[in-house]
Design a protein around this ligand. Structure first.
Ligand code: PLP
Length: 286
């Protein structure tokens, strides 16, 4: 039984309740963050906190009156639930007005809903999948046009995961106007020689916190980085491919739409970046 956080209270998970009028439930009017925990400490916490602020601003969503110190809440949940490796999920919605309405409720009377809970994942860093890599398929990107905001509208990405599963793959890379945007819940990369290629930032993709850190570490390690669009055909011809996200860190991709990438096994650059990311982020964890 987990202890979760709801609007200022720490409660057993089966006692935590949200109104049926909550706009997160009715309108997907909410934003979220997922922060990983290694050695009982938070990875890239500042990046996630900053992106959360940006998501709230972009949606004109009010801050909770007494926005608790989110770092304290994260740490308290880690402590109460004894998390060594895993994730903290945080969600803020526009709150629960008295009735359903498309218009935003008055922020003076409707206060945001704040929920956090832990996901215990022993072995997150030592994930055996990183040794063999994952398979992806390509699908059309049918999400809304503001993918830079981390909203809880995750139906299409969920459908993408199911399409991948039905095709015997692990995930899907989404394609728009002939170019890869990103994975269903991760950023997508290819490697050619010593150059790492990943989609440039814009409204078309989520600005991954892991992406920012990995690109910084790559540049520090004298690897070349090109932030630009690429196609599935270019990816299938690449030497390596991989994804990044807060919960997978750096994960090699060994197959795209049935075509083996490079040797069909995780490549040296993805493996090295995973190692660097894990080492450096552990040092910076809070
Ligand atoms: N892109 C999408 C669509 C995502 O949902 C996520 C994470 O959930 C990412 C990229 C990776 O972002 P981060 O590295 O901040 O976890």
């Amino acid at each position: 039984m987990r202890t979760v956080y709801v609007n200022g209270e720490y409660l057993p998970e089966n006692e935590a309740k949200i109104s049926i009028f909550d706009r997160g439930f009715l309108m997907a009017d909410g934003v979220y963050e997922v922060t990983s925990v290694l050695d009982g400490k938070l990875i890239d916490f500042d990046g996630h906190a900053k992106r959360l602020e940006r998501s709230l601003d972009e949606l004109d969503m009010p801050r909770p009156d007494a926005l608790p110190d989110l770092l304290d809440v994260h740490r308290e949940l880690v402590r109460l639930n004894g998390i060594e490796e895993g994730m903290i999920y945080l969600q803020i919605t526009r709150g629960a007005p008295d009735d359903r309405d498309f218009a935003f409720p008055d922020p003076e009377t409707t206060k945001p809903t704040v929920v956090l809970f832990t996901q215990n994942k022993p072995g997150l860093a030592d994930n055996p999948t990183a040794k063999k890599g994952i398979k992806v398929i390509s699908i059309a990107d049918q999400r809304w046009a503001r993918r830079d905001i981390k909203t809880v509208q995750l139906l299409y990405p969920s459908m993408g995961k199911m399409m991948a599963k039905a095709a015997g793959a692990d995930d899907a890379w989404m394609v728009e106007d002939g170019a890869v945007t990103e994975g269903t819940s991760n950023n997508a990369y290819i490697v050619k020689g010593n150059t790492i290629i990943t989609r440039n930032l814009g409204n078309e993709i989520l600005h991954g916190i892991t992406r920012a850190a990995v690109l910084r570490f790559a540049r520090e390690a004298q690897m070349q980085v090109e932030e630009r669009s690429f196609t599935i055909a270019e990816a299938q011809e690449a030497d390596e491919a991989f994804i990044t996200s807060a919960s997978t860190f750096v994960m090699p991709v060994v197959d795209i739409d049935g075509a083996s990438i490079g040797t069909g096994t995780p490549g040296p650059i993805a493996a090295r970046l995973r190692e660097i990311y894990l080492d450096e982020s552990r040092k910076l964890a809070v």
